[in-house]
Write a protein that binds this ligand. Structure first.
Ligand code: ATP
Ligand code: MG
Ligand code: MG
Length: 353
């Protein structure tokens, strides 16, 4: 096929489109927003809602293969496209599991990938009971639609239950034990439609105010722990029968214990350093995977550091760029606080080990 369709119009779609263009594909974007970051890298855009069945069918008919850059696409939209007969990767399973934190945690634990202890929450009363069971501070998270730390509330004890429940909008939630992690890492992994899998060396991730701020490779962890994390990510992608890139986030405890936090069924912000520092980057790999091409070598060639340009920081003065830095801007016009505007990858020394 020669046209790749992408559901979602954000920066991830824009970078996927650039990789697809380089590999000779045309790109069609489907998203509800006008003037989306991905649209300007695409040949054609369908500006329509994810519930518009006619627009979805017309879009699907124009593509040889469809993928997505956003995990909250309604599962019904994905099923409708699949029914038209055009291949869509990843499929409904990866989406359905990752869209609901309760399903996601049950799935992970079910394949022996431990998560933080958690309880299901449907009332302020549930929060008080759950905190007693967990026996530690908690983090309340909406089951659906959270990202960049939105839809979350921290709780010291039961006195905060009413306030926390109100603050997330009184919707179905999970309460997780607050994990005193030593650091956070993520594994970016890819699986092709032929079942081949590859993963990258996991970066260390540093969050500020619930938003990813920096990713650093190597993570500085013992290679045995990294290998364990990578093995779990491969187990997950196989169990989901997922085709494309996926990212699994972990908390790492002082003693090296790994607890999975969540996964994203798509290319991931913590993998943005891979195109500059590895033999094959995550965007190219995703396109190769969904097209059934052989996967590229994920070997890391350089130490690297990626930092996000958030809000006003996106109004970067290029005069300040260092010679070893690559700037990627997402073409967003409005630098609202907390909005991801771009990122910089700093390529450091060639890898030594
Ligand atoms: P995104 O999808 O953008 O990564 P999100 O809104 O889905 O973010 P999480 O990944 O659940 O949110 O949490 C964001 C960050 O908050 C985590 O990376 C971690 O730093 C902190 N955090 C979340 N859950 C816990 C926990 N149980 N214990 C300690 N810290 C946590
Ligand atoms: Mg998330
Ligand atoms: Mg996260």
């Amino acid at each position: 096929g020669s046209t790749i369709g992408i559901l979602g119009g954000g920066q991830l779609g824009r970078m996927l489109a650039a990789a697809a263009n380089q590999l000779g594909f045309d790109v069609h974007i489907y998203c509800p927003e006008t003037d989306a970051p991905a649209s300007r890298s695409a040949r054609k855009t369908w500006t329509a809602d994810y519930t518009d069945r006619d627009a979805l069918r017309e879009f699907a008919a124009s593509c040889d293969v469809v993928t997505l850059e956003f995990e909250n696409i309604p599962v019904e939209a994905v099923e409708l496209i699949t029914q038209t007969g055009v291949p869509l990767h990843p499929g409904a399973k990866s989406l359905a599991v990752s869209q609901d934190r309760a399903e996601e945690k049950a799935f992970l634990n079910g394949i022996n990938i431990p998560t933080a202890p958690y309880e299901l929450i449907n009332s302020a009363e549930d929060i008080i009971k759950a905190l007693e069971k967990l026996g530690t501070e908690g983090i309340l998270k909406t089951r659906r639609d959270g990202y960049d730390g939105k839809g979350q509330a921290r709780l010291q004890d039961g006195k905060d239950a009413e306030r926390a429940w109100a603050s997330i909008g009184e919707v179905p939630a999970v309460l997780e034990a607050r994990i005193p992690f030593e650091r956070e890492i993520s594994v970016i992994v890819a699986r092709s439609s032929r079942g081949e899998t590859t993963s990258w060396a996991p970066p260390r991730n540093i969050h500020e105010n619930g938003i990813l701020s920096r990713s650093i490779a190597p993570s500085g962890l013992d290679l045995k722990i990294e290998a364990d994390a990578r093995e779990r990510a491969v187990r997950l992608i196989d169990a989901l029968d997922h085709v494309g890139v996926l990212a699994l986030e972990f908390f790492v405890l002082e003693d090296g214990t790994l607890l999975a936090n969540e996964f994203a069924p798509r290319v991931h912000n913590s993998g943005h350093w891979t195109p500059e520092a590895c033999q094959t980057g995550q965007f190219e790999q995703h396109i190769r995977a969904i097209c059934g091409w052989p996967l590229g070598d994920t070997r890391r060639l350089f130490d690297a550091e990626m930092y996000n340009l958030i809000g006003d920081a996106g109004l970067i003065d290029p005069a300040g760029l260092q010679a070893n830095e690559t700037l990627t801007l997402y073409g967003k016009r409005d630098a609202r606080p907390g909005r991801k505007m771009g990122h910089v990858t700093r390529r450091l020394a060639p890898r030594k080990d």
